[in-house]
Design a protein around this ligand. Structure first.
Ligand SMILES: [Ca+2]
Length: 179
């Protein structure tokens, strides 16, 4: 075969293989379609006592300039997850409390795992963590909410800036995105 034929053949093969790769990529479901989930861990200096209330607020308006304050009374527009007396509850914006089965307590962390679909598959989430006593007085919280992009960031760690000490001492919040 002439050099020109070889080049044509090579171009043809390259075209076919690119086409196949393109198809394969197109057919592969994205992590969203597979049902990605968000695991948020509030990590403490010591074992989190069960006589406090642990709140997670998630804002899904995809605007990083707005987000949950450190006062749970102001969270009407957010997804709220909380652990109280060892039980987990969830509440949609404007909704009512429901039992939540995606919560766990480990040695030094309170953790929730939420399917992104339940949050409306947001591109950006703004997250706040607050701990109160049973009377509703805040004992520890993030100084400010933080924002992350679940579609781009598989892991995110947000450290608390000032050490409060005390019985409940929130050190950091970690977010893991699983597909
Ligand atoms: Ca926001």
């Amino acid at each position: 075969m002439s050099q020109k034929t070889w080049l044509l053949l090579l171009a043809l093969l390259l075209g076919i293989s690119l086409g196949i790769m393109g198809c394969a990529r197109g057919e592969q479901p994205s992590w969203e379609e597979e049902g990605g989930e968000l695991t948020i861990s509030a990590i403490f200096a010591s074992s989190p006592p069960l006589d406090y209330v642990y709140y997670f607020a998630i804002d899904t308006d995809e605007n990083v300039l707005t987000g949950p304050s450190s006062n749970p009374d102001e969270w009407a527009n957010y997804f709220i997850f909380r652990m109280e007396n060892g039980n987990f509850y969830q509440r949609e914006p404007g909704g009512l409390d429901q039992f939540f089965t995606g919560g766990t307590v480990t040695d030094n962390a309170v953790q929730i795992t939420v399917p992104l679909e339940e949050l409306g598959e947001p591109e950006i989430v703004d997250i706040m963590v607050v701990v109160t006593d049973s009377a509703g007085n805040t004992v520890d919280n993030l100084s400010r909410y933080f924002s992350m992009r679940p579609g781009l960031q598989r892991f995110y760690s947000y450290s608390r800036t000032d050490a409060s000490g005390g019985e409940v001492d929130l050190l950091r919040v970690e977010v893991e995105v699983k597909s």
